[in-house]
Design a protein around this ligand. Structure first.
Ligand code: GAL
Length: 985
């Protein structure tokens, strides 16, 4: 009998939930190769008893094989489905359609009573999406839901000595799917391990261990609550603890005179052994106290600031199947980028992730597997988070979440779930947690009135809203009464999601960090999100690409909205991740004056004695002096001013920059010695003006020196290179933040007039840009004037049926340095929108794309006005194809402002700043911005027609409007006159 429409979990043959423990009791893995058959629809052959495939003598020799753990959609059976908010089935709770993909799994295994003599044998499932019914040797054992939660059955009485037959039917959809509407792929299957667990008589069925440390005295308390047989002995060799309790009544918390604190920066763990005569369990325990004092959240007595990411479990090949090396690599990459917190969005991860978080060091907000977001579309009518019919299901989920993961030092907050409106069941879940574990605060974003949570949490607030919450509280955000609003806002404030890292972006990370620095109530937050969810796929001709919603032909899907990570699907860090690392530097370096720099320790608990400061002096990007010194020893929160040495530094011969970096002296556990945690630069000498040198030659026919122009004044040849242009350009291929309108826009609104939320009715920037034809400028040469040693071309550029445009003057002049091009662009007419960019593009032969690009300017990665903290000035080199980022969907990428010089094969370009003329940015791309526009995947780009060099006076900022605030007004590019100069040397 299946339980598709049954919201209550189990009937209930499941065992009570317990911790995922490391025990010496016997374990037998049932992972491996299983027989598998996928039905497109629920076969319904189990209504009156076990289905035929569960019978011991059933013949499944013709079935396919599938690995367990896995998702069948990633193994050639059916396909993944992506939706964000919408349910991909009718909103008809608790029912699901008959066309319910159903995966029958079956395997045999050997078991003998010697496995666990005198004890019991449990069958454990660590994760099955979404409903599983289990038969052992033809008998139904039970059923369960709760995809990312652990379930155990006692199967002792159903096992036979010798060969046993295990059959598991997995339904893709069930009542539980209404509770699992997270923004991710729907990926059915047995995707975590299956095992037999021996339970010795008088063993330890469960242990709840908490380590507390009084931050004032350093005194520790070890609170161990065993469940199972007695007596129980607790041993912590390092602390000299060896305590035996005869019975539950004898259990007392153990006091320790002095323990080290566990924090992400000092992930100090103690080995704890808990044993009975029959079983020993080993845990690694950290001691720390998480507490709320007024509107402050404290860990070990000091403010706990979340510099975190939302981490979904996603792997381009395995989906949500755990792989230790992959996850360790992810966590180390996080730490290498100054990320010290994780919200387990939006479900408990594989339990081993939490052991790694304990060991590598993260503050973890552990979220229950609950989201009912689709009910938002029906004004939350029938929302399971509020409906008593779903009470047990909700409580079951939170119980299984907390019980499984309760022993981890890294877990500092429980989160009830995500985007499930609000309601009674959420309140009851919170109540249950408070009874069970009062050592961790409770989080849930939707509790705007503060009825049942301990922190005030928001996603994607504007700067104005943050300032209001932390300041005068004048901005009304939700429809809640003033008293409730005030109650919730008196609590510590956390941004459970902010800075939507979709495509190129997010912008304004530094602006958010300034708010965290400014407002003690604001305890940081979690960037949305860690990684793109693209699934590695191939086109018919074998071209690899990363699939997103709709690529598997799903009729209802949310497209590219799950490609919103700081790390691309294949693990490549995006420039946004580099930006985050710069913004979250644990130690800040700030030039004060002369040789003085301010060093500030922003770490929670580490002093700076593990760091060295490295400095270098560069003239025109060439190092002329460098050195290293130990960092000043600063306790957390402290700062001081240091002086860099003066001796041995030659006089400046060009543009001089001094760069200071803080680096790890010895290798941290998650990185290499010399790892840079912070970098700052100061320019101390400008490039000396170069006296103009007279040109050797002049015009010879159409040639001016090494340049050839056509009759319209366009450059057609430079030395041996066939070139074209320059052509004025205002277009960039829209980013996701340009294309979407998650929140209001400042583009047509004064933030003060729209209560800081921007104008919600303003369409996405790219919609406005397209309406005004910025992608399809038509050009008209107004005049071409030859001078003695130069040429001046004036061009007017406007879109069809528009009255506004730009007028560009390209002024060429041959001098002793080469061919100088001064570009001047001026807007005219009734402009009423921002510009994506303002610049010009020059066509180059495609073969040049095979030459490495070497430049002196900003780098190493792309940067934009609201995402420029990671960029610094120096000399860099990269393959042309590596200058841009392979975002999930082709879009603007690769802009590097502040160009001084660019070498590309025979092309040598120097930019000259003079007076009000700034340095241009550059970009090299095999495709034009127009070609990149509207293309779903990189392999769908048209064949390249050459290489395009863009020189831009400016680009519009990035913002976060795909799911957050628009580009802030000061980073917006409004029509304005610009000019710049480059020399073809
Ligand atoms: C939030 C949600 C996340 C994700 C994000 C957009 O509202 O909690 O799960 O959907 O928006 O990418």
């Amino acid at each position: 009998m299946t339980h598709l429409g049954d919201p209550t979990p189990g009937s209930d043959t499941r065992l009570p939930p317990r911790a995922w423990l490391r025990s010496d009791a016997p374990v037998q893995s049932l992972d491996g190769d299983w027989a598998f058959l996928l039905h497109d629809a629920d076969p319904g052959d189990d209504l009156d008893g076990p289905p035929p495939f569960a019978a011991v003598d059933a013949d499944v020799s013709a079935w396919d094989r599938i690995p367990v753990p896995s998702h069948w959609g990633l193994h050639g059976h059916g396909h993944p489905t992506y939706t964000n908010i919408r349910y991909p089935f009718p909103l008809d709770p608790p029912h699901v359609p008959d066309a319910n993909p159903t995966g029958d799994h079956r395997r045999t295994f050997d078991w003998h009573p010697s496995f666990c003599p005198d004890g019991r044998t449990l069958l454990r499932f660590e994760g099955v999406e979404s409903l599983a019914t289990v038969w052992l040797n033809g008998t139904e054992i039970g059923w369960f839901t709760g995809s990312r939660l652990m379930t155990e059955f006692d199967v002792t009485d159903h096992l036979v000595d010798g060969e046993n037959v295990l059959a598991v039917r997995v339904h893709q959809w069930s009542a539980a799917s209404y509770l699992e509407d997270q923004d991710q792929w729907w990926l059915p299957g047995i995707f975590r391990s299956v095992s037999l667990q021996g339970r010795p008589a008088d063993g330890l069925d469960d242990v709840f261990v908490r380590g507390d440390r009084d931050p004032a005295t350093g005194v520790g308390t070890l609170d161990v609550r065993p469940r199972g047989g007695w007596p129980v002995t607790v041993t912590v060799l390092e602390l000299g603890i060896h305590e035996t309790w005869a019975s539950e009544g004898a259990v007392v918390p153990l006091q320790i005179d002095a323990v080290d604190a566990w924090t992400p920066e000092t992930p100090r763990l103690y080995d704890v052994e808990v044993s009975t005569d029959a079983e020993t369990v080993r845990l690694r325990v950290g001691f720390r106290r998480i507490e709320i004092a007024g509107d402050r959240l404290l860990a070990d007595g000091r403010p706990l600031i979340f510099r975190g990411v939302n981490r979904h479990e996603t792997d381009p090949d395995r989906g949500r199947v755990f792989d230790e090396d992959y996850v360790r690599g992810e966590l180390e990459l996080m730490r290498q980028h100054n990320i010290t917190a994780i919200r387990t969005a939006h479900q408990p991860p594989h339990p081993r992730v939490l052991e790694l978080a304990d060991e590598i060091g993260f503050w973890v907000v552990l979220e229950c597997d609950l989201e009912t977001h689709g009910f938002w579309d029906v004004e939350w009518t029938g929302n399971p988070a509020d409906d008593p019919a779903w009470r047990d299901a909700c409580l079951d989920r939170v119980r299984r979440t907390v019980e499984r993961d309760k022993n981890h030092a890294s877990v500092v907050m429980w989160s009830l779930g995500n985007e499930s409106g609000t309601g009674r069941n959420l309140a009851e879940m919170a109540g249950w947690i408070r009874e069970r574990d009062d050592s961790r605060p409770i989080h849930y974003e939707g509790d705007y009135g503060g009825a049942y949570t301990d922190v005030y949490s928001r996603m994607y607030p504007t700067m104005e809203e943050i300032a209001s919450v932390c300041g005068d509280q004048t901005m009304a955000v939700h429809e809640i009464g003033p008293a409730e609003g005030a109650r919730q806002r008196a609590k510590p404030f956390v941004l459970c999601e902010f800075a939507h890292a979709m495509g190129n972006g997010p912008g304004s990370l530094a602006d958010y960090e300034r708010m965290v620095e400014q407002y003690p109530r604001l305890h940081g937050g979690f960037v949305w999100e860690w990684r793109d969810h693209g699934i590695r796929t191939r086109t018919a001709d074998g071209t690899e690409f990363f699939a997103y919603g709709g690529d598997f032909g799903e009729p209802v899907h949310d497209g590219v909205y799950l490609m919103d990570g700081l790390v691309l699907s294949d693990g490549t860090p995006s420039p946004g991740l580099g930006e985050l690392a710069a913004v979250w530097a644990p130690v800040t370096l700030e030039h004060v004056s002369g040789r003085s720099w301010r060093v500030r320790n922003r770490q929670h608990s580490l002093c700076t004695d593990h760091l060295d400061l490295r400095w270098r002096v560069e003239d025109d990007g060439i190092r002329v002096a460098d050195g290293a010194l130990p960092a000043p020893i600063l306790s957390p929160g402290a700062e001081t001013v240091i002086e860099l040495p003066a001796a041995g530094i030659p006089d400046a011969t060009g543009e001089r920059w001094i760069t200071l970096e803080a680096v790890w002296r010895d290798a941290p556990a998650w990185g290499a010695a010399g790892h840079v945690v912070s970098r700052a630069q100061v320019q101390v000498n400008a490039a000396p003006p170069r006296p103009a040198r007279a040109a050797a030659g002049g015009w010879r026919g159409d040639a001016l020196g090494d340049a050839v122009f056509d009759r319209r004044g366009a450059l057609v040849r430079w030395r041996d290179l066939e070139v074209s242009g320059p052509l004025p350009e205002l277009w960039r291929a829209p980013t996701e933040n340009d294309q979407l309108d998650g929140q209001g826009s400042y583009e047509t609104a004064d933030p003060a007039l729209t209560n800081g939320r921007g104008d919600e009715s303003t369409p996405a920037s790219s919609v406005r840009w397209l309406e005004r034809g910025l992608d399809r400028l038509q050009h008209r040469v107004l005049s071409v004037e030859r001078t003695e040693q130069g040429l001046v071309q004036r061009v007017r550029s406007m879109a069809a049926h528009s009255a506004q445009g730009i007028e560009t003057t390209f002024a060429w002049r041959l001098d002793g340095d080469g061919l100088r091009l001064h570009t001047d662009i001026r807007p005219f007419g009734p402009w009423d929108c921002t510009w994506p960019r303002v610049g010009a593009r020059i066509g180059l032969p495609g073969a040049l794309a095979d030459e490495p690009a070497r430049w002196y300017g900003t780098g190493p990665a792309e940067s934009y006005s609201d995402s420029a903290e990671a960029a610094y000035v120096g000399r860099f080199e990269a393959a042309v194809d590596e200058l841009g980022v392979a975002y999930g969907r082709p879009q603007e990428t690769g802009h590097r402002p502040g160009l001084r010089a660019l070498d590309l094969g025979p092309l040598h370009l120097r930019a000259v700043a003079s007076g009000s003329t700034g340095l241009p940015g550059f970009q090299l791309d095999r495709h034009t911005a127009q070609e990149r526009t509207g293309v779903a995947h990189a392999h769908e780009l048209p064949p390249s027609q050459g290489l395009w060099l863009y020189l831009d006076a400016a680009q519009h900022g990035l913002g976060s409007r795909a799911c957050g605030p628009d580009v802030l007004p000061r980073h917006a590019l409004w029509p304005r006159a610009v000019s710049w100069t480059v020399v073809f040397e």
